[in-house]
Design a protein around this ligand. Structure first.
Ligand code: SF4
Ligand code: SF4
Length: 143
């Protein structure tokens, strides 16, 4: 019979602790969290370094990269376009790139209800301005 008061005491202590503590979660995406150093977020692809060799796409374990032909600054097989809805953020693509054109940023992947909005397409950024993290845009047959 001593068990019940002990359990009750424990439950009340747990409840009080939960009330006093700060929540473990944040209201993302309205609230941003500070990411740790070395965090692998959204990709940056420097198109001026890219030679369009396609190694990033070949080695991507989840098939998240396709190379798209782009008149103007497309080289080799084309410009790498990343589908963040497939990406597992392993950054094998960065390891495989012989030109060091891919690197992770501290930027969290965007939130979207439509997976097409998670296509990271650097073709919308002129080569001289590449470096700001690119932007996702509707794939809609463009990638
Ligand atoms: S981070 Fe990994 S899964 Fe994502 S595109 Fe690069 S190789 Fe593919
Ligand atoms: S591996 Fe590097 S150089 Fe080759 S296509 Fe991918 S980003 Fe461009």
């Amino acid at each position: 019979m001593r068990l019940l008061p002990a359990l009750l005491k424990d439950a009340i202590r747990t409840l009080l602790r939960a009330v006093v503590r700060r929540p473990a979660t944040v209201r993302y995406p309205e609230e941003k969290i500070e990411v740790p150093k070395g965090f692998r977020g959204q990709h940056m692809i420097e198109l001026d370094k890219c030679v369009g060799c396609g190694l990033c796409a070949r080695d991507c374990p989840s098939g998240a990269i396709v190379l798209v032909k782009e008149p103007g600054y497309s080289r080799g097989l084309g410009v790498p376009v990343v589908d963040l809805s497939k990406c597992i953020f392993c950054f094998q693509c960065a390891e495989s790139c012989p030109k060091g054109a891919i690197s992770p940023t501290q930027q969290l992947a965007p939130v979207a209800s439509d997976p097409h909005d998670l296509v990271l397409d650097f073709r919308v950024v002129s080569v001289s301005h590449v470096g700001g993290g690119g932007q996702a845009r509707q794939a809609g047959g463009q990638a």
